[in-house]
Ligand binder design. Sequence first.
Ligand code: 2HA
Ligand code: ZN
Length: 274
Amino acid sequence: MKILDMPCTKGFMQIAQDGVDKGWHEMNGGNLSYRLTDAETKNVKAVCKKPASGWTELGESVPKLAGAFFMVTRTTGYMRNVKRTPEQAFGIVELDPTGTKYRIWWGLSDGGRPTSEFPSHLKNHEVKMLQDPANRVIYHAHPVNLIAMTFIVPLKDKDFSRALWQIMTECPVIFPKGVGVVPWMVPGKGEIAQATSKLMEKYDIVVWAHHGLFCAGTTFDRAFGLMDTVEKSAEIYMKVAATGKKRLSTITDAGIRKIIKAFGLKDFTTKFLR
Ligand code: 2HA
Ligand code: ZN
């Protein structure tokens, strides 16, 4: 099957476009990666026949992902071009047997390289795959209201999770474990990749203060859905805050406890409630 006809390629292009349509991807903002299944990898090898580049250092070590194939957006590339000019805007890469190098099989044409956040993505993939091999998608975007919230809510997992849960009844159901928060840091490899992947051990959603959001999912739908839900809650939060009026009511901790019971939310982080 041609690379562009593979369902995973179509899903990859669609989530990028959907994020653009939401206004989450100004300039080259945001990035996306997907870990291919064995069958998809086999198809890529059969279609491409040989790698399109030599090995390049990742600048990060992800030994558990040795040999895995990833679809990943291009550094300095625009998400809005993922669907328009796929072969330039993203690519398929293979990790070497030590998990410290990659080589390109398809795409990233004209000398392209994977996103500058690839080390963060890979560290997250490593954590998520070990938790559940069905986890395949890491999605990073710059949703405006979520970023706005990071200026007025304490940058603590507890405060942020509770603030989001209190806004919309579906939130405790959709992300019962809550969200992790990384304080402001320089993006790229190293410290921020480490901090994010540490939080991904506990959460599927990690906030980067004054920057954006990372979501992990088994499918493109799930990763997008988490991004969309958190951003919607953040939008309502900011709209209410912008009125300057005191809230007359909110979803209470007692109310959230009722939701936990009604929906049987076994993995809910009750210690974040008061
Ligand atoms: O890829 O979003 O965090 C551009 C970014 C960096
Ligand atoms: Zn970013």
